[in-house]
Design a protein around this ligand. Structure first.
Ligand code: PGA
Length: 249
């Protein structure tokens, strides 16, 4: 499966550097046969990046949305607004939102469903904590999250699953290729079980301290169909090396 490399800029970048970074990536992507690329800047930069990326193969995504399509929810952003701006994807259930905003599997599923209703693709994030890993429960935790966070509206055209062990995010600690292979194989089995044959077409991304040095090895793992990249996506050259490590077919 063709890889997807998604850059999650998190709460980083002002207008000038966001514009510059997106412009360089769009220019490089325009002249290269590379895998699929998605940029997920903070909401403040979505409009600007939509303009920058127009006509380029680089796609635009948001980092979160509300579960309702509109209403009295001060400070929140609805999925149809993101579609209106030109987004194709929305990340939901990132562990930082689960941790800092009390998001649960049920609220993540409601958000993913809202993303689908808006005609966009949801990137549903899952992953065990260090304590859960140390207790030997990674597989069951991730399986439980998958079953409860992926809504009924999911199919291979509108849903991507990102496995991001919480202990690997922003720490420089990556899961070993063997661990990633085992977790992704289990996730694939569960997706086939939930969605039937269509589960084979759902992209499974790995995330957690992916960088220019480890991307090729991680992206070569079976059932790793791309990466969700945080810190390393803020450096154009490093991000581009990761993009070049992805499969093009
Ligand atoms: P990281 O973040 O690459 O900085 O570990 C990944 C993510 O949180 O999506």
């Amino acid at each position: 499966m063709r890889s997807l490399i998604a850059g999650n800029w998190k709460m980083n970048s002002l207008l000038a550097d966001g514009r510059e970074r997106a412009g360089v990536i769009a220019a490089r992507a325009g002249g290269a046969d590379v895998c699929d690329i998605l940029l997920c800047p903070p909401a403040t930069l979505l409009g600007e990046l939509a303009a920058r990326l127009r006509g380029s193969p680089v796609m635009l995504g948001a980092q979160d949305c509300h579960a309702e399509a509109e209403g009295a929810f001060t400070g929140d952003i609805a999925a149809p607004m993101l579609a209106d701006l030109g987004c194709s994807h929305v990340i939901v259930g990132h562990s930082e939102r689960r941790r800092d905003h009390g998001e649960t599997d049920a609220s993540v599923a409601a958000k993913a469903s809202a993303v689908h209703d808006a005609g966009l693709a949801a990137i549903v994030c899952l992953g065990e904590s260090a304590e859960q890993r140390d207790a030997g429960g990674a597989r069951d935790v991730v399986r439980g999250q998958l079953r409860a966070s992926v809504p009924r509206s999911a199919d291979s055209t509108n849903t991507i699953v990102a496995y991001e062990p919480v202990w690997a995010i922003g720490t420089g600690d990556t899961a070993t290729p063997d661990n990633v292979a085992a977790l992704h194989r289990n996730l694939r089995e569960d997706l086939l079980d939930i969605l039937g044959d269509d589960g084979a077409g759902i992209r499974l991304l790995y995330g957690g301290s992916v960088n220019a040095g480890n991307a090729a090895e991680l992206l070569a793992v079976p059932d790793v169909d791309g990466a969700l990249v945080g810190g390393a996506s803020l450096n154009v050259d490093e991000f581009w090396t990761i993009v070049e490590s992805g499969r093009t077919a």
